[in-house]
Design a protein around this ligand. Structure first.
Ligand SMILES: Cc1ncc(COP(=O)(O)O)c(C=O)c1O
Length: 396
């Protein structure tokens, strides 16, 4: 099996970016060669049941018939992966990840294009981030060709679950966890990697309607030296109470601020943020820089490139809550949007908080630049715009 695709796993993402390298280098398309054994058995969902699910998939409610599973042991390393039924369950009550949270995940989508082909978007970037998350959680990195090979094998096997509707896709959820049955607090000696697939529609059921956000003044998502830039389960467990607080205050999502000075904006729920300064061709897009405490989103990285392709200035920087509020009030900041794999590009229409006030953005409507960026990205992902950066990976 091939090695990891990034040499600087032990360096924070922010340092990789500051060193002038890109975090997600435009690598040659890596063809997946890992042999995945097919131990899947017969398909278990009838065509009629599957069609009913695909008509109204929701988000992460239903799963395809199979998963890919691979295991690692400290003495023998990784086994080759195998396709098995998604109804298979494993693990006992002492499973290490349940007690100590040694668990990481990824999220990417497979899209069916009008030509019938099925594609994923920048899967090597997810492979790399998965390896970086593994490093931080003292898990063995999943080799790139096992990661890509598992996607290839599962999407081929469960291809009928990929809807032809351009608003729908197959969400792929690779995850890895300490699967040893043991209560000692140390990295697990047995680790399991699983790739799960779930047909999905829109993440926010109201469609491309602006979301309202609640600034979390009391809860901190990530501190310097912590796990903020890793996609680990514990980050999400710790975020739930703040999300509950946001909902209790009538907001859709939570916005995190930095742990130290409690004033710099970091990210939103499961998405990165962009602020649009100015209008028209002179617009400048700014996204919070990678300080080690926010997730280096693949969508964020792609939008920095796409915004420049569209002729805008696009930068990474530090933005305070006061700059956001005052920028919107003065008209300097014209739009704000969030971005991520699940919800793609979502406008932010209203901000609320305990300590910093309430304000509306773009009259609560989707901004023009937000929607241009959204179409540029979605059109590449769904195959209606030329993929000039070689971001799509054809599976079949
Ligand atoms: C905390 C957090 N921030 C940002 C993102 C956006 O990342 P991506 O664009 O790679 O989906 C995600 C989703 O993966 C996330 O969970």
């Amino acid at each position: 099996m091939s090695q990891n695709i990034h040499a600087n796993l032990d360096v924070p993402a922010a340092q990789v970016v500051a060193s002038g390298q890109t975090l997600y280098p435009a690598v040659e398309r890596i063809s997946a060669v890992a042999g995945i054994a097919n131990n899947g058995g017969a398909e278990s969902t009838s065509a009629a049941d599957r069609d009913a699910i695909l008509a109204e998939p929701g988000f992460g409610k239903y799963f395809t018939d199979h998963v890919v599973r691979a295991t690692w042991n400290k003495d023998s390393g990784w086994t080759g992966g195998e396709l098995i039924s998604s109804k298979t369950s494993s693990g006992g009550f002492a499973t290490q990840a349940l007690h100590y949270g040694q668990s990481i995940f990824e999220g990417l989508k497979a899209y069916r294009h009008a030509d019938g082909g099925i594609y994923t978007f920048r899967p090597e970037a997810n492979a790399l981030r998965f390896q970086r998350s593994a490093y931080r959680l003292a898990l063995p990195p999943v080799p790139t060709d096992l990661f890509l090979g598992s996607i290839e094998a599962l999407v081929r096997e469960d291809q009928d679950w990929v809807s032809g509707d351009p608003d729908k896709s197959l969400y792929l959820r690779p995850f890895e966890y300490g699967s040893e049955d043991a209560l000692g607090v140390r990295p697990a000696f047995d680790v399991t990697y699983v790739l799960l697939a779930s047909p999905v529609g829109a993440y926010f059921p109201q469609g491309v309607k602006p979301v309202s956000v609640w600034i979390s003044d009391d809860y901190v998502r990530a501190a310097p030296g912590g796990t903020g830039e890793a996609k680990c389960a514990g980050n999400y467990a710790a975020s739930l109470i703040a999300q509950q607080e946001a909902s209790a205050n009538g907001c859709d999502q939570v916005v995190w601020i930095d742990a130290t000075e409690r004033k710099y904006i970091e990210e939103m729920g499961g998405m990165n943020l962009f602020f649009v300064y100015g209008e028209g061709d002179n617009a400048r897009l700014v996204t919070p820089e990678l300080t080690g405490t926010l997730l280096p989103g693949v969508t964020r990285d792609s939008i920095l490139t796409l915004a420049r392709d569209l002729g805008y200035t696009a930068e990474e920087g530090r933005i305070t809550i006061a700059e956001w509020r005052e920028g919107v009030a003065s008209g300097a900041i014209t739009e704000t949007f969030a971005c991520g794999t699940a919800a793609v590009v979502t406008p932010v229409g209203r901000v609320d908080s305990k300590n910093s006030g309430t304000w509306e953005i773009s009259g609560g409507q989707p901004g023009e630049i937000t929607m241009k960026i959204r179409s540029a990205l979605v059109d590449i992902q769904t195959g209606t715009r030329e993929d000039t950066h070689n971001w799509l990976h054809r599976i079949l």
